[in-house]
Ligand binder design. Structure first.
Ligand code: A3P
Length: 364
């Protein structure tokens, strides 16, 4: 299989093409390309061999997803995971934003970037205004796929920030071991709202060759744990347990808490990232500025989030940035779920989280 470099488009600000040898034809070494192509072909063989052995079920977006080490992944996500294991070199200062789909990655991306770079930019003329949260730091999952073997992650400013959807146990030990000092910011959300949000999103990006997926079908699959990167509850529980064991390594946040008290949660986030707000900053309103910059109202109205604005590239998928914004509220599930459906999801949550000390979406 040969690689298609023409797919690399609309480079966001973290990517500097001038420093990427692949964009300079004089710098390409034929021997190196052959070695890389051989490695790439091997990776595909490995992927195909693996896919042939894995249980599969219905995808929400594509025909099938596959159960790998307890989590449902698309073939592209599985390939990305293999590449992370083979090619990604974490640094001790890396910070990974991790979440199941539709739990607030877009919001946290903005909050983390604005916090880490608050000394570099004016809030009135901030890069987020131009690029949106998806242009400011990479999705590890898609970047590693799109730019292999040339992802120059080492050129990213320190601390490097990455977004990813993978479950904690799927990452290489070099990232998750309590001995490694890289950090994870995890955000989760009421599973009922996750279901609604994910169903809407998946309908928008679902392959046009497939018939639409009904809400009832998505609900059944979700309750049975069958949804990309899920089961949802296992995803959350793994990060919860890891955060309890290593609170200095994993910050566990809830979407609903950030909605309720954004400044409080933002201060927690900044302190966890090793960049606590100073008394002067707090008095000067920096916390509120960041909250305002990253608010749903502000972000969803940016030009880059309008129709025809920015896009997020995946290998066989282009997602318009505007699809990362819908309502941005807590409790939209009330407009969709019957009492019986609510009861079923809540009882799965109770059973799964029993004894863990974690509650989510139970109104407790
Ligand atoms: P809804 O579909 O419930 O509106 P992710 O970024 O992980 O894909 O999550 C998307 C969800 O977060 C969507 O939820 C989206 O509207 C919401 N969202 C995006 N930006 C937000 C923000 N700044 N504040 C609050 N919610 C936001």
């Amino acid at each position: 299989m040969s690689r298609n470099f023409s797919k690399i488009q609309s480079l966001p600000i973290y990517h500097d093409p001038n420093r990427n040898p692949r964009h300079d034809s004089n710098a390409i070494d034929e021997d190196q390309i052959q070695t890389e192509d051989a490695a790439y072909n091997l990776l595909h063989e490995k992927l195909n061999d693996l896919l042939a052995t894995l249980p599969k079920d219905k995808g929400w977006r594509i025909t099938n997803i596959f159960l790998h080490k307890g989590f449902w992944l698309s073939p592209a996500a599985l390939k990305s995971l293999l590449m992370i294991h083979d090619y990604f070199h974490p640094l001790s200062t890396d910070i990974f934003l991790t979440a199941f789909m539709r739990c607030g990655t877009t919001w946290l991306r903005a909050l983390m970037f604005a916090t880490a770079n608050r000394h570099l930019y004016k809030f009135s003329d901030h890069p987020i205004h131009r690029t949106g949260p998806h242009g400011i730091f990479p999705s590890l999952d898609s970047k590693i796929l799109l730019e292999y073997p040339v992802s120059k992650f080492e050129l990213l400013p320190s601390p490097r920030l990455f977004a990813t959807h993978f479950a904690h146990s799927l990452f290489p030990i070099s990232m998750t071991s309590p001995l490694s000092t890289c950090k994870f910011v995890y955000v989760c959300r009421d599973p009922k709202d996750v279901l609604i949000s994910k169903w809407h999103f998946m309908c928008k990006i679902r392959s046009e060759e497939l018939p639409p997926i009904s809400f009832n079908e998505a609900y059944e699959l979700f309750c049975n744990g069958v949804s990309e990167f899920g089961p949802y509850w296992d995803h959350v529980l793994e990060y919860w347990k890891a955060s309890q064991e290593s609170p200095e390594k994993i910050l566990f946040l809830k979407y609903e808490d950030i909605k309720r008290e954004p400044s409080v949660e933002l201060k927690k986030l900044a302190a966890f990232m090793g960049m606590p707000f100073t008394a002067e900053e707090e008095e000067g309103g920096v916390v509120e500025e960041i909250v305002k910059l990253c608010s749903f109202e502000n972000l969803s109205n940016l030009e880059v989030h309008k129709e025809g604005g920015g896009v997020q590239m995946f290998t066989q998928l282009v997602v318009e940035y505007q699809n990362y914004f819908r309502k941005g509220t807590v409790g939209d599930w009330k407009n969709y779920l019957t009492e019986e459906m609510r009861e079923r999801i809540d009882s799965i949550t109770k059973a799964k989280f029993k004894g863990s000390g974690l509650t989510l979406g139970l109104g407790l």
